[in-house]
Design a binder for this molecule. Structure first.
Ligand code: HEC
Length: 129
């Protein structure tokens, strides 16, 4: 009788544990922050490229620091397509230009939304050179 009770307790315990773990399964919960950096396509009618659209913005807005030699504490250069793609792959490139906080790039202040949209359109179009 004592063994049976013990077995039942073990069974109950196992069931409870199983219930717990499946109940708190992450996949079942709604994600409170589904995608902090969604890709938007501000201009679906235009194919935006680095050479035609984006390089001039970066040259004008970023290269005073993000150049070689690196200036004013900037940690990487963005002079070319390759360097810019490297920044996108390894740095918070899009988060920084979209930021509304203290870490926005350029540091003097957020770019005009139309300018940010050109860069976001380039992203949506596939980061074409
Ligand atoms: C006045 C100088 C200056 C200008 C202009 C500037 N940056 Fe920066 N940038 C910095 C400095 C300094 C840091 C390092 C400190 C930090 O991470 O905030 C930095 C960091 C960054 C980072 C984060 C690097 C990492 O470690 O993830 C990104 C991305 C970036 N900049 C992008 C840009 C872009 C894009 C522009 C132009 C739209 C720009 N920056 C313009 C000075 C500048």
């Amino acid at each position: 009788m004592r063994t049976l009770l013990l077995n039942n307790l073990i069974l109950l315990f196992t069931l409870l544990c199983f219930g717990c773990s499946s109940g708190s399964d992450d996949s079942g919960n709604p994600d409170p922050d589904p995608d902090p950096d969604p890709i938007t396509n501000p201009n679906p009618n235009k194919t935006t490229t680095y050479t035609n659209d984006v390089k001039a913005i970066l040259d004008d807005q970023c290269l005073q620091c993000h150049t070689i030699p690196l200036a004013q504490g900037a940690p990487f250069a963005m002079r070319t397509y390759a360097e810019t793609i490297n920044a996108i792959n390894n740095r918070e490139f899009f988060l920084r230009i979209k930021s509304t906080g203290f870490n926005v790039m350029p540091p003097e202040g957020r770019l005009p939304q139309e300018t940010i949209d050109i860069i976001l359109d380039w992203e949506a179009d596939g980061l074409i050179e």
